[in-house]
Write a protein that binds this ligand. Structure first.
Ligand code: NDP
Ligand code: 2IT
Length: 449
């Protein structure tokens, strides 16, 4: 008797759960993919014969290490560093580093798995990885951050290289941290190579890398709207977060004629009904990237409301851009968004919507660009940085932004190709299948290694 797709999914997830106990985020991200991939494998049995889903949900290798450093008071401190080298079927391991107090192996395993499919979607030759440390950058001095980055890299350098594994930034790791780590890598190896992306412009960095994730996310949204004969112009958007991704999402929304009315951090959100324009955004950039303050200072300066310990999903809007962190939109939040008129969601953060929220989007059939498609612009420009480093030249700002736009349009079109269900585009399914096929074909071709 034929086993149903539902039974196969349940069997697969229960085996996966046994192999990865106590890892709910990894579980969530794999489930979200398996829902679409298991029926696809039934139609394409070669992937089942080669056990691709089983192999793809097991990281190639995980490196865990102690990072010793000294704080400004001369006290010895120890943190835990990680690098998950998830899959290199289509290119060297590639993915960001996250510094966050609560970082766990579970979070990194979900991020590295997602990264593998995301990198495949970009069309560039990059495998998937993720790493970081449970180091809390908040309240640390410049010197402490520098010392931590140096000590972190003094272990990690053994495991990475321009043809092996190319880290970049993620939460808590921006241009400052990448630069310190690049300096340390150079010091250890005596080699100037493109081993990290997100570098400063004067030492091998790319134009538009800092902007790329946010810009790309807005380009993805614009493509979804365009397909319906609509566009961003005149739309009201809510954005969460106030870090790298949120800042450049707000910037591009403004440039394209939309109006972003919220931003947030882990202490609450601000609601500015007049919209966050270039001048106000410059204030946010200074606040978050230089003085490293809290978002309520925006409310104090511009006389708008600050909602302490709350998220912005109750504010009515046309479009939503979650750009802070994972699992920031529950099923109830998703329901609230839709009741308040939201027609589309593009995820700048990684897996910001809980499974219950994704089910709500599915049911309402809104336009929903999942993170692996919507935020792929960041790693795509990282890929372009690797290309420029290999060629030993650099492309102009205009050139990179055009390339980024084309890559996002291409991702959109791949989602349409694999996600069309009658008149509805299931972007989640489209992204999952399009990301999977390229990696899976490479794994089949290269044999069981
Ligand atoms: P940043 O560190 O620059 O900013 C993170 C933002 O999220 C801050 O505003 C932070 O507030 C907020 N935040 C963190 N935790 C919470 C929480 N529990 N509740 C509410 N807000 C929170 O990181 P990025 O902007 O780079 O990353 C944001 C998201 O985008 C992450 O999911 C990341 O993985 C993803 N991403 C990043 C890419 C990149 O190129 N940087 C590429 C693709 C995806 P606070 O200051 O209070 O902590
Ligand atoms: O989640 C992500 O895609 C990133 N943090 C960017 C990774 C990269 O290598 O640029």
């Amino acid at each position: 008797m034929e086993i149903s797709a539902k039974q196969r999914l349940d069997d697969f997830m229960s085996g996966f759960g046994r192999r990865n106990p106590g890892q709910p985020e990894f579980h969530q991200s794999v489930y979200e993919v398996a829902v679409d991939i298991i029926p696809f494998i039934r139609e394409n049995p070669i992937y089942g014969d080669h056990q691709i889903l089983e192999r793809l949900t097991e990281p190639d290798q995980i490196i865990i290490f102690r990072v010793n450093w000294e704080d400004d008071h001369g006290h010895f401190r120890a943190n835990r560093g990680y690098r998950i080298q998830h899959n290199n079927a289509i290119g060297p391991y590639k993915g960001g580093l996250r510094f966050h107090r609560d970082l766990t192996l579970d979070t990194l395993k979900f991020l590295a798995f997602e990264q593998t499919l995301k990198n495949s979607l970009t069309g560039l030759p990059m495998g998937g990885a993720k790493g970081g440390a449970d180091f809390n950058p908040k309240g640390k001095s410049e010197q402490e951050v520098m010392r931590f980055c140096q000590r972190f890299m003094s272990v990690l350098w053994h495991h990475i290289g321009p043809f092996t594994d190319v880290p970049a930034g993620d939460m808590g790791v921006g241009a400052r941290e990448i630069s310190y780590m690049f300096g340390q890598y150079k010091h250890m190896t005596r080699e100037f190579t493109g081993v990290l992306t997100g570098k400063g412009l004067s030492f091998g960095g790319s134009q538009i890398r800092a902007e790329a994730t946010g810009y790309g996310c807005v380009f993805m949204m614009e493509n979804m709207l365009n397909r319906k004969g609509d566009g961003l112009k005149g739309k009201t958007a809510i954005v969460s977060g106030s870090g790298n991704v949120a800042q450049h999402t707000v910037e591009k929304i403004y440039q394209m004629g939309g109006k972003a009315v919220t931003m947030s951090d882990s202490s609450g959100f601000i609601f500015d009904p007049d919209g966050i324009d270039t001048e106000k955004l410059a204030f946010v950039k200074q606040l978050k990237n230089v003085t490293r303050g809290r978002i309520h200072e925006y409310a104090d300066k511009y006389g708008v409301e600050f909602y302490k310990d709350q998220r912005p999903w109750g504010v009515s809007c046309d479009l939503a851009f979650p750009c802070a962190t994972q699992n920031e939109i529950s099923g109830d939040d998703a329901g609230m968004l839709i009741r308040n008129g939201c027609i589309a969601v593009a995820e700048g953060a990684n897996m910001p919507t809980m499974q219950a929220g994704v089910d709500v989007y599915d049911e309402a059939k809104i336009m929903y660009a999942p993170s692996k498609a919507a935020n792929a612009g960041g790693v795509a420009v990282s890929g372009l940085e690797m290309t420029q480093n290999s060629m030993r030249l650099s492309w102009s700002e205009d050139d990179i932004e055009k390339r980024l736009y084309r890559i996002m349009k291409n991702i959109h079109d791949k989602c349409v190709k694999y996600g069309t269900e009658g008149g509805y585009i299931n972007y989640r399914k489209g992204a999952n299948i399009a990301g999977f096929v390229k990696v899976a074909d490479a794994m089949v071709a290269c044999g069981n290694i």
